[in-house]
Write a protein that binds this ligand. Structure first.
Ligand code: MRU
Length: 347
């Protein structure tokens, strides 16, 4: 399996996703601040992977704390949680993972544990966040494989693969699950401007797995669908509101509208850690806006003239009515999502 992120004794190691596929290099973070910076600068990206990185970052930071008293240790811990929370605003997995670490901390503190015991507890919790994510992706893969056509021509957007998770992937997990179930699969990977997660990361992962992959630029999807060359769409998610409205990489909404026009089922694959029942609908999801240079430049080469205004939202929201189903580790949720998503947490 792909080594997205791993904990070594006193460092967190991540494959540098900004450099793929040209270079396979690893970034070693030895402080929580370095992990936060890696998240912010997209060394590691993808909603579940960001959550795992934050959990590991907090555990690492606290492991290195020199505080001996619980009060100072607690103050450092909450500061570190704030540091992680300030990295990227849209993927709710980040905040979900921080909450888990806070709960683990509180349990230790309430039980009267020593600083060293709480450090061990935080390490165990971060490890659990990592391992559960892999297991959830595999479960999504198995559930999702059932709705993939036997002779599948799948379009996906951005990278919702092993690189975006602790391993195996959400949308790409469904594709891997279909392949493992013996289905014949070919994949169209949207290039995904401006960061090119589709061309660089999705294609890299799938080609490594021997899955036939065609890269298209984002503006080719409509024409491809019109020619009947796509019969299934699956994407990941960064935050799913209680009513099923789904924030994912910018361009996902256009794909969903095109899929509806061409009668192609549009599925979202995401773990429960991406579902935010406290956010009632898509209008309440915070959308990250990134630096103008990601749009105006490619690898340092200027494309747009000085003086042109740039708009660079990293995500958009697909209204729930375009979504055929939300594939989770507990099965596939269908409309009405307000009920099915709530029930998924109860089973
Ligand atoms: O800006 P990114 O690369 O972090 O955005 C990632 C996406 O939008 C993914 O599709 C989403 O996080 C799902 S990852 C399994």
């Amino acid at each position: 399996m792909l080594p997205t992120i791993a904990r070594e004794a006193d460092v967190i190691v991540m494959i540098d996703q900004r450099k793929l596929p040209a270079e396979e290099v690893y970034v070693r973070c030895s402080t929580a601040a370095e992990v936060a910076r890696a998240i912010k600068t997209m060394v590691i990206r993808g909603a579940p992977a960001i959550g795992v990185a934050a959990a590991y970052g907090i555990a690492l930071g606290m492991r290195k704390s020199t505080a001996t008293g619980t009060q100072k240790f607690a103050a450092e811990f909450y500061k570190m949680c704030e540091l992680m929370a300030a990295t990227r605003p849209t993927a709710v997995n980040l905040f979900w993972a921080i909450e888990r670490m806070k709960r683990a901390f509180a349990e230790g503190a309430n039980a009267g544990e020593s600083v060293d015991q709480i450090k061990d507890r935080l390490d165990r919790e971060a490890e659990a966040v990592h391992d559960e994510d892999v297991a959830n992706c595999r479960a999504m893969g198995a559930h999702g494989a059932a709705v993939v056509p036997d002779d599948a021509r799948i379009l996906t957007h951005c990278n919702a693969g092993a690189l975006a998770t602790a391993g195996y992937g959400t949308a790409l997990g469904v594709i891997r699950g279909a392949v493992e179930a013996g289905k014949h699969v070919t994949v169209y990977a949207d290039e995904t401007r401006p960061f090119l997660q589709g061309a660089r990361l999705t294609a890299w992962e799938l080609v490594r797995d021997g899955i036939e992959t065609t890269v298209i630029t984002d503006n080719m999807a409509g024409s491809l669908m019109r020619q009947g060359r796509v019969n299934f769409v699956v994407v990941g998610a960064d935050r799913i509101a209680a009513n099923g409205d789904t924030a994912n990489k910018i361009g996902t909404y256009s794909v969903a509208v095109l899929a509806r026009e061409h009668g192609i089922p549009f599925y979202v694959a995401a773990p429960l850690s991406t579902i935010d029942l406290k956010t009632l609908d898509g209008s309440q999801i915070p959308i990250e806006e990134r630096h103008a240079k990601e749009v105006s430049h490619i690898k340092g080469t200027q494309l747009a003239p000085d003086g042109a205004l740039i708009w660079n939202p990293a995500f958009d929201v697909t209204p729930h009515r375009f979504i055929a189903g939300i594939i989770t580790e507990r099965g596939i949720c269908r409309a009405p999502y307000t009920e099915s998503l709530r029930r998924a947490f109860e089973c």
